[in-house]
Design a binder for this molecule. Sequence first.
Ligand SMILES: Nc1ncnc2c1ncn2[C@@H]1O[C@H](COP(=O)(O)OP(=O)(O)O)[C@@H](O)[C@H]1O
Ligand SMILES: N[C@@H](CC(=O)OP(=O)(O)O)C(=O)O
Length: 423
Amino acid sequence: MSDWTELVVHKYGGTSLTSTQHVQRAAAQLDRAQRGGRPVVAVVSARGKTTDELLAEAAAIGTRPSDAGPGWDREIDQLLACGENSSAALLALALRSRGVPTVSLSGPQAGITTSGRHGAGTINAIDPSRIGGLLRDGNVAVVSGFQAANRAGDVVTLGRGGSDTTAVAIAAEFGGQCDIFTDVDGVHTADPRHIPDAGILAAVDSRVMAEMAFAGARVLHSRAAALAAAKKLRLRIRNSGTDAIGTTIVERSDHMPENASFVTAVVHDLDTAAMTIRCPASNDSLTTDVFAVLARENISTDLVHVADSDPGDVVMRFSLKRSELPIARAALQELFYGKDSIVHVVDRVAKVSLVGAGLLNRPDSTALMLTTLSANAIRSSWVYTGQTRTSVLVPEDRALDAVALLHSAFELGRPEPELVVPV
Ligand SMILES: Nc1ncnc2c1ncn2[C@@H]1O[C@H](COP(=O)(O)OP(=O)(O)O)[C@@H](O)[C@H]1O
Ligand SMILES: N[C@@H](CC(=O)OP(=O)(O)O)C(=O)O
């Protein structure tokens, strides 16, 4: 058994592989890492907007029937996997043209397995033998992200943004380190594409990062952040196009001063919908059944509220990803068939969150959040508060205004907010 602690996984997102020059730049970076004497694995996403384009092509071919079943989703996964596989082969060709020994592998060829449904697989296990063998022979192993094999040997994708999770899972399997290369200099106090004075965070606590990712900061897939936190993985977020040192995700064990700034970032998620279900209280298993069905479909809910209401009804409310509405609707339709229930969906909403530490001990943060929004005529609802996140729903068309206002109200536009943890 080799000691793989020196192993480094480089993950290149779609934005870092857009053009031929981008692919060659990634190959040069991998070449340098390999020459440094470390075993190197590259994990790649589909180039540029390829995944969106493939989905658009599928939509142009035909509409998913409401009773489509897994057969439809299987074909979508077959299609989407081509995006990552093409990146992997091109990167391997770029490496070979530099004289770097390399082999590209699809997720199934790399020994990555799942039991999840098509479109939402979660990694069960990684058989390290194929990747390990290639590394021992001096190759850079280039692995298609975002995909795994199910029991039947079919490819299953891991949910949008899932290549980060592939990269983190491989690094965790080998006990190595993971660098996520993207198109920004690291994790910022808000999305730097929309908030120009967002500051870069030199280091972020792993639990705070997991919360930011779940709240919608696309820079890291939420399951990747959670896995990295659980495995205490050495993880950095870096820019593939600059020499910026990026953001290090750290395990926080040090003392946190009471007066430290408590909000790290403002995060928004446009992929949000709000669902309200009203059902007669006599259907007493319905509330628990709803969450069981959503869990079976691997659909995460947030901002959950269940309450009795007049006349003898139970009202359930929760937010979920807008992109998962079709699956949620189909699954719930089955459950509600013949029962006297009303489902109401609002899909023009966005979730805006403060992410930080000790937020429950700072009730002034929720107060400042809500007053800032209302003073600017932004209607907020469905408030959730927790120790590391406070979230509200706002109208979708005011989401970016809300982020800018909160970013300024919480004075996050400084170069280095105080919550940054020393490394
Ligand atoms: N707090 C944040 N810090 C950094 N980037 C963020 C943040 N919130 C959202 N983002 C967005 O995440 C994007 C990177 O994710 P993504 O577009 O999925 O890249 P990739 O193709 O590399 O996976 C950035 O371009 C940025 O707009
Ligand atoms: N290509 C997939 C998977 C992925 O992780 O992409 P990216 O790393 O570019 O966010 C997607 O677009 O969702």
